[in-house]
Design a protein around this ligand. Sequence first.
Ligand code: ZN
Length: 153
Amino acid sequence: MLGATQSSWGSVRDGKWHITVNATPSWACRERSLCGVEFTPVNVTHAEMPPTNEHHICRQCIRANSRRLSRLRHVRCYDNGGKTADRYTAVYMDVDEGRGLYGARGMSEHPSHPQGVGMYCTAMPGRHLGKRIAFDQLPPDCQRLVLADRSES
Ligand SMILES: [Zn+2]
């Protein structure tokens, strides 16, 4: 599967590793983890790799991440580079609407903003929607909307 498995990591002062909500966390300011901990990742740098041994990772974060991954299993994301206001499209491949169409969400960078775009629609997956991107490459506001859609299904 494309994307969605890429997670970013941060450690807190006691050495416990958490999975950050943000796919591209800033190591200079506060970040939130999937388990809800807010922290400044003081003892990590971009160069450091996350530990591969799950023993060092917060159990709640692991559970939250596997729920997140299963929610995103049938989501395909596209970016048309800005050709239209609804630059980003997330197609929900398990919501079959017939005739090759699937439930989808067309979005601008800030879909919940009054001037933003975030309509639920139907779409046919394919190149006309733009370049296929990983879920983690969607802007954070789009990620939030898609995750909200998926938590209802
Ligand atoms: Zn955690």
